[in-house]
Design a protein around this ligand. Structure first.
Ligand code: SAM
Length: 304
């Protein structure tokens, strides 16, 4: 299924809980409003089944912190159904060590682990917790469980971790991990102006060192730099019309609203109420409505 801008919908990014055990000061919380309702694993499975009918083939589980859910293995199992080609998760990794194998066994194919720093003090400054050791153990466990690829998400923050790109490249390259350098998105509030760090100079230096550069069209046209010892992807969403034009994902909030865009909350469509009422035809209409409401957030400026 394509939206009004010709963008096919192939992915569903599901926030399975609004709760998190960390408190990163820059976090956009997947753009989800607070709520008291939460989808069960079975309901998530039903919505995925429906999404599949509309062409969704990739499921990404996120949060909050998805591993806080006691039934997270069940949620993964509900997502890994025939027809869904790729089930992945983004997690802060602090609770992954004891779960990685079970998650892989339930059908989790790959994983993104968020780690902005290798320094314990900086980790605490960013997340509000002293949990770097647990996160590093989680990364080791993901590798041992055979999740592939393991990607590390590093959000660049001016004056906080911008000097840590090289140590992070060394850390990830040594372990066969792909490093994703992510530009800070404006989540509202004053933090964006203080901490936003343009990634252009970092990208230029990667380009100069790369043995190959690939553009991943299906992944919002992000660039991947193949370095002699490792791989680095650069994610630059801010004011990037190309990024939005290649967006192929719909989102689902923990309380069961289809969310056409990370950056907006004025166009959500309630699917969970219809799932709970057992009204499949209304569920289908909500999908069509949500896809119809999709529009690129950052558009190309056309001067006349
Ligand atoms: N708790 C999980 C985790 O840490 O991966 C999943 C939720 S977290 C919101 C998902 C990803 O969004 C993380 O990699 C995080 O770094 C990133 N993120 C959060 N706020 C952001 C922002 N303002 N700009 C860019 N990335 C952000």
């Amino acid at each position: 299924m394509k939206d009004r801008f010709g963008r096919p919908i192939t992915g569903l990014r599901i926030s399975v809980t609004e709760n998190c055990n960390l408190d990163c000061f820059y976090c956009h919380r997947e753009g989800c409003p607070e709520s008291s309702r939460e989808m069960t694993a079975e309901e998530i499975g039903k919505i995925i089944g429906l999404a599949k009918e509309f062409g969704v083939r990739k499921i990404k589980l996120t949060g909050g912190e998805p591993l806080l859910r006691e039934d997270i293995v069940e949620v993964v199992r509900a997502a890994a159904i025939p027809g869904i080609k790729d089930v992945s998760m983004t997690t802060n990794g602090t609770m992954l060590a004891g779960l990685a194998r079970e998650l892989a066994g339930a059908g989790l194919a790959r994983i993104n682990i968020s780690l902005d720093t290798l320094n314990e003090g900086t980790y605490e400054r960013i997340t509000g917790k002293r949990a770097l050791r647990e996160a590093l153990e989680g990364i080791d466990a993901a590798l041992e469980a055979g999740l592939k690829p393991v990607k590390l998400n590093m959000v660049l923050l001016a004056g906080v971790n911008e000097h840590e790109v090289e140590p992070m490249i060394a850390y990830t390259s040594k372990r066969g991990i792909i490093l994703q350098l992510i530009e800070l998105l404006d989540a509202g509030g004053k933090n964006f102006t203080i901490y936003h760090r343009d990634l252009d100079d970092i990208e230029q230096s990667l380009r100069e060192r790369a043995v190959a550069v690939r553009t991943r069209r299906s992944m919002q046209a992000r660039r991947k730099y193949i370095l002699p010892g490792g791989e680095v992807e650069v994610v630059k969403p801010m004011h990037n019309s190309e990024f939005c034009m290649h967006c192929t994902r719909l989102r689902l909030t923990p309380d069961g609203f289809l969310k056409p865009c990370l950056m907006r909350n004025d166009n959500l469509v309630d699917v969970l109420s219809h799932v709970r009422a057992g009204d499949i035809s209304k569920c289908r209409s909500t999908f069509i409505e949500a896809v119809d409401r999709r529009e690129p957030y950052f558009k190309k400026l056309v001067l006349k």
